[in-house]
Design a protein. Structure first.
Length: 255
């Protein structure tokens, strides 16, 4: 990325940090499409839900897949459904702001870590926990401890997320203009694959199959772009995610 794009990414991250500090809003940019594979990696850790509740569920591959399916449903909503609030399948409440540019869906912004209806949350936790070893009592404790007690006014959140959406749209327009003649979408897809599958046993040949290029080519291209090997990049992602989990929860490394 050129300096203009790097500055814009820094501005987006600074605005997300501002929302958390001043309004106690936890932001995640989800379901990124097209060029936003790259944006997802550049905005870590705000490229996924990192609150203790969501982090707990992500230990279970089946539930993580269900989360992705639910995100796809948000993507497929009518174009006029831009901003709304709801409770996810697992029980976490959130505000959703869907982002479009040039009549193209890019991603959605999630403002989360809320509990709008405790009884609904408990029902969904119990339903999701069926046929798993999920500790329901521990999840309820997480909800009671970490969810925000003072929910900002919905209109205020809409305005704040709208401002973030405009920054993301600007990134899209600048990024696509800059990369029309380059193959950086391959790098973006590699980064996205790693971020989505870092908890699994990732092999270079699996990534190569995903992007439909040879192992040698993607390894060389990735090293040129990130100045590190794919192996080191995957390990760094795993280490950073482990640190986030330790910071946001009471879990030990052994767990």
């Amino acid at each position: 990325m050129n300096k203009e794009l790097e500055t814009l990414v820094s501005d987006i991250k600074a605005y997300i940090a501002f929302l958390k500090q001043e309004y106690m809003i936890d932001i995640a940019i989800c379901d990124a499409q097209g060029p936003f594979f790259l944006l997802v990696s550049k905005l870590a850790p705000n490229n996924a839900h990192t609150n203790p509740f969501c982090s707990y569920f992500k230990k279970y591959s089946r539930l993580q897949k269900e989360c992705h399916l639910q995100q796809q449903k948000i993507r497929e909503l009518n174009d006029n459904q831009i901003f709304f609030a709801g409770t996810c399948y697992a029980g976490m409440s959130e505000y959703i702001y869907r982002v479009y540019a040039e009549n193209r869906y890019l991603c959605f912004i999630s403002a989360t870590s809320y509990c709008f209806d405790r009884e609904k949350t408990l029902r969904r936790i119990n339903r999701t926990a069926l046929n798993t070893d999920i500790n329901v009592d521990q999840l309820v404790e997480i909800v009671d401890t970490f969810t925000k007690k003072n929910v900002p006014d919905k209109k205020i959140i809409e305005v704040l997320l709208s401002s973030l959406s405009k920054q993301i749209i600007l990134f899209y327009l600048l990024y696509t203009k800059q990369n029309e003649k380059y193959g950086n979408d391959i790098i973006a897809k590699i980064s996205y694959y790693v971020l989505e599958n870092y908890s699994s046993d990732i092999r270079i040949k699996d990534i190569a199959s995903y992007v439909n290029y040879s192992e040698f080519y993607i390894s060389h291209l990735f090293s040129q772009y990130y100045h590190t090997t794919l192996f080191n990049y995957i390990n760094n992602i795993r280490i950073n995610k482990a640190k986030e989990l330790l910071i946001n929860t009471d879990f030990s490394i052994s767990k």
